[in-house]
Design a protein around this ligand. Structure first.
Ligand code: PGA
Length: 236
C-alpha cells in the first residue's frame, strides 16, 4: 500500500487526479472504475481542466461506475448518472456510449446485475478503480454485513448510509432504500485502486487499513490489494 497524506482537499483532488491522468496517459483505452459522493468531485474537476487545456484526452477511455440508486431516473439530480454527467462526463471528451453505470430503473434487477457483471468481464476488468469510503466502512454500496458479496447485486441501504446521504435530498425521506452496486470481487480485481478519504474519515480509514479484515468493515478487504494507493487529507 502506498499512503499519501496531503494537506487539504485541493491537494487530495490534485494527487488523485494526477494518478488517474497518468493511468490514461500510459494506456489511452483504460477502463476506469469511478465513484460518486462528495470526495472525488475535486479530482473530476481537475481532470476536466487538464482535458480542456489539452493535457489529456478521454477519447478512448471506458468507464464503469461503482453503483446507482434504485428507483431514481437519470434526470434526477440525486442519481449517480446525473452526478457523473454534471461533474465529469459533460466536461471531457469521452464518448458517452463508453460511460457505464448500473441501471437502477431496470424492471428486472437480477438481470441488470448479471448484465453489469458481464459487462465488466467483457471489458477485461478494471485498470484503475477510484474509491471513497463510507462513514461505516462501505465501498461502493457494499454495506457492513456478515459476509462479502462478490458480484454486482442490489442492496438495502443501511440506516447510517441513508442518514449520511439523506442530506442530498430536499426531503430526506425521498432517499432511496435500495441501490445496485458492484461486488467486492469486481472491485478488488481492479489492477490498481486509488482510495480517497477526507479527514472526517480518519477513524474508519484507520479501522479499515489497520484493523481486522471483516465484512463488518467492507473496506478492510482493501488490505489484500497489491496495488492500493490511499490519498488521505490528514493535514500536516
Ligand atoms: P462521500 O461518500 O465521498 O460523499 O463521503 C463516500 C462513500 O460513501 O463511499
Amino acid at each position: 500500500m502506498k499512503f499519501l497524506q496531503v494537506a487539504d482537499k485541493q491537494d487530495m483532488a490534485r494527487k488523485a487526479a494526477g494518478i488517474i491522468a497518468a493511468q490514461v496517459l500510459l494506456k489511452n483505452d483504460s477502463v476506469l472504475g469511478l465513484a460518486t459522493g462528495a470526495t472525488p468531485v475535486g479530482a473530476y474537476g481537475q481532470l476536466a481542466k487538464w482535458c480542456r487545456e489539452g493535457e489529456i484526452s478521454f477519447r478512448d477511455v471506458i468507464t464503469v461506475n461503482l453503483d446507482e440508486y434504485c428507483g431514481l431516473p437519470e434526470t434526477s439530480p440525486q442519481s449517480y448518472r446525473y452526478y457523473m454527467n454534471e461533474n465529469f462526463f459533460n466536461q471531457i471528451d469521452i464518448d458517452p456510449a463508453n460511460t457505464h453505470l448500473p441501471d437502477g430503473m431496470a424492471a428486472d434487477m437480477d438481470a441488470e446485475c448479471s448484465r453489469y457483471s458481464a459487462l465488466i468481464r467483457s471489458l477485461g476488468g478494471i485498470d484503475l478503480q477510484l474509491l471513497g469510503i463510507g462513514m461505516n466502512g462501505h465501498i461502493g454500496f457494499n454495506e457492513p454485513k456478515a459476509h462479502f458479496v462478490m458480484d454486482t447485486h442490489t442492496v438495502a441501504l443501511s440506516e447510517n448510509t441513508r442518514e449520511v446521504n439523506g442530506v442530498y435530498f430536499e426531503n430526506p425521506a425521498d432517499m432511496p432504500t435500495h441501490a445496485v452496486t458492484m461486488g467486492m470481487r469486481e472491485i478488488l480485481q481492479a489492477k490498481r485502486i486509488v482510495l480517497m478519504a477526507g479527514k472526517e474519515k480518519e477513524a474508519i480509514l484507520h479501522r479499515a487499513l489497520e484493523g481486522e479484515v471483516t465484512p463488518e468493515v467492507p473496506a478492510s478487504l482493501l488490505q489484500l490489494h497489491p496495488r492500493l494507493t490511499v490519498v488521505f487529507e490528514g493535514g500536516k
